[in-house]
Design a protein around this ligand. Structure first.
Ligand code: ADE
Ligand code: ZN
Length: 337
């Protein structure tokens, strides 16, 4: 296995599904709670880790939103982003498209500008320090209503040249994509890319809605699309990228065991699947660990792993020239193996 782990580490790859708030490690949570004088319901780092015993999306989200309360100042958001990029650099990431949840912060009185300025500062540092390029995707919280999403959209307007796209996350069941059709249409009119979490816990119909009503450019998770053969054919025909998150799927019981993970079945059905970490501080590993764990559990070959890395660039929102540049790096790595 060691050889394949070396191969995974060196493989140039993009990360397309990463919630920056989900990269808040317990140690950093404690440091920020201390420096910002925020109360957290844990006494030790071990207490925090033992609270991560969720078995579904909602139980996880309750802890994830509570953890985000320690993020107050611009430097907190910058430190959070830098810590993620330092980790991603060790895993061979050359490009990352990161989600942020502004409503989680603005609803606590943290100005939007504080959040985005901090994240952009971290992204700029990642470029100089690690040569990692990155883009921001603003996610609307789907458990809130569409008016709240529109309000966030308006607040973000002066920053549209620094935001690649909009996304949809949080509690999926009972909050179908249709609820956000108008704000996604406005985002499309503003020239922003569109992505949405669908088919993580929600039924295949939510994936149909994301395609037909939100006009998504990329599908986050999409596991349950496998229950609908016509939908799978459509996703393959449209070369839709799926941002799959193996360790998240296991932790949130989207799959009972990683050995049952459908990643290679997705590829075999012509889907453009990619590997991502989702919320690495909560789900037991960053992108490299996601590659390693699913490779070990499913016995994935180097050829399959290289195809997954290739898909990550093809599915990114980089321009054609940047994609070609990254694919060249990938090909030269593969040639030297
Ligand atoms: N927010 C952070 N992680 C998420 C996930 N896996 N699904 C939905 N919303 C999220
Ligand atoms: Zn996610």
């Amino acid at each position: 296995m060691t050889d394949i782990f070396q191969f995974i580490k060196g493989l140039p790859k993009a990360e397309l599904h990463l919630h920056i708030e989900g990269s808040l490690e317990p140690e950093m949570m404690f440091d920020m709670a201390h420096r910002n004088k925020v109360d957290i319901p844990f006494r030790t780092v071990d207490d925090v880790r033992s609270a991560y015993n969720f078995t579904n999306l909602q139980d996880f989200l309750d802890i994830y939103y509570a953890g985000a309360n320690v993020l107050i100042e611009e430097e907190d958001f910058r430190d959070l982003a830098i810590a993620y990029f330092d980790r991603a650099a060790q895993d061979g990431v050359t490009h990352a498209e990161i989600f942020f949840d502004p409503q989680t912060h603005t609803d606590r009185g943290i100005p939007f500008d504080v959040v985005i300025n901090g994240l952009l500062a971290g992204m700029a540092e990642a470029k100089t320090k690690h040569h990692i390029s990155s883009k921001l995707i603003l996610c609307f919280l789907r458990h809130l209503d569409e008016n709240a999403a529109f309000k966030t959209f308006k607040t973000a307007e002066p920053w549209f040249d620094r935001i690649a796209g909009v996304g949809l996350d949080s509690s999926e069941m009972g909050h179908p994509p249709a609820k956000f059709a108008r704000v996604f249409s406005a985002a499309g009119d503003a020239g922003l890319k569109r992505v949405a979490h669908a088919g993580e816990e929600g039924p295949p119909d939510y994936v149909h809605q994301a395609l037909d009503l939100l006009h998504i450019d990329r599908l986050d998770h999409g596991n349950r699309a496998l229950e609908d053969a016509h939908l799978m054919t459509r996703l393959a025909r449209e070369a839709m990228t799926l941002t799959v998150c193996p360790l998240s799927n296991h932790k949130l019981r989207v799959v009972d065991d990683l050995s049952d993970h459908p990643l290679d079945r997705m590829l075999a059905n012509g889907l453009r699947a990619t590997i991502n970490s989702d919320d690495p501080a909560y789900f037991g590993g960053y992108i490299g660990e996601n590659y390693r764990a699913v490779a070990a559990a499913r016995g994935l070959s180097r050829t399959v792993l290289a195809a997954l890395a290739r898909n990550s660039f093809l599915g990114s929102f980089l321009d054609d020239e940047e994609i070609t540049e990254n694919l060249k790096k990938l090909d030269s790595f593969l040639k030297n193996q």
